[in-house]
Write a new protein. Structure first.
Length: 201
């Protein structure tokens, strides 16, 4: 056992690379994952619900798009496929996750359209047409509120954010909190105990 979490900046857990296979919108993906990152052995069930139930960007969307907490990059790769005219920013505090996402973007032919970055390396003033996130609930309520308060204001005026949060981990309370902060929040879907929230101004 180690003290690592998936939100550890430089995980010390043995990488032990492995393949993760999943299908979204009729396309099959095989991506590389490794120890020390979020949901290293499979597509996380919440991420699967998000990609199945939210409205993937169309081919006319030119972005930029943000995958907040990208892990090994499944959302990034799906967004890059769905919106080939867009630039996708893949942001994670975890260095190993960023390296995996960059490699997986190249694997699906999207390396030139994906920008992998640590949170502090995203240019100031950059706004996003869409933000996608299976946010790191286990950083705690205060940390989660800080995270969303930092990134949601970077939505473009007509932008939309898609979030997935397990009901038993506070999905409904996050919905209420976002509404209290002045965001328009809709429970777009519920499946397998997860809430898919659509958030805009």
């Amino acid at each position: 056992m180690t003290g690592d979490h998936y939100f550890t900046a430089e995980p010390t857990a043995t990488a032990r690379p492995r393949e993760v296979e999943f299908t979204v919108a009729g396309r099959e993906y095989t991506l590389t994952s490794a120890g020390g990152v979020f949901s290293a052995d499979r597509l996380d069930p919440g991420t699967a619900v998000l990609l199945r139930k939210a409205e993937l960007p169309g081919r006319d969307v030119s972005g930029p798009l943000l995958d907040l907490g990208c892990g090994f990059g499944p959302i990034t790769c799906v967004l890059a496929d769905s919106a080939p005219a867009a630039t996708v920013w893949a942001v994670d505090v975890n260095q190993r996750a960023r390296e995996l996402t960059a490699a997986n973007a190249a694997r699906v032919g999207a390396a030139g359209r994906v920008r992998v970055a640590a949170p502090d390396d995203v240019p100031d003033g950059l706004t996003f047409a869409q933000i996608w996130s299976n946010p790191p609930i286990r950083i705690g309520k205060e940390g989660l509120h800080e995270l969303l308060s930092r990134w949601l204001p970077r939505l473009a005026p007509d932008g939309v954010a898609w979030l997935v949060i397990a009901r038993h981990l506070g999905g409904d309370s996050v919905h209420r909190w976002l509404a209290e902060q002045g965001w328009r929040v809709e429970r777009h879907a519920s499946q397998k105990g997860f809430r898919v929230l659509r958030v805009n101004r």
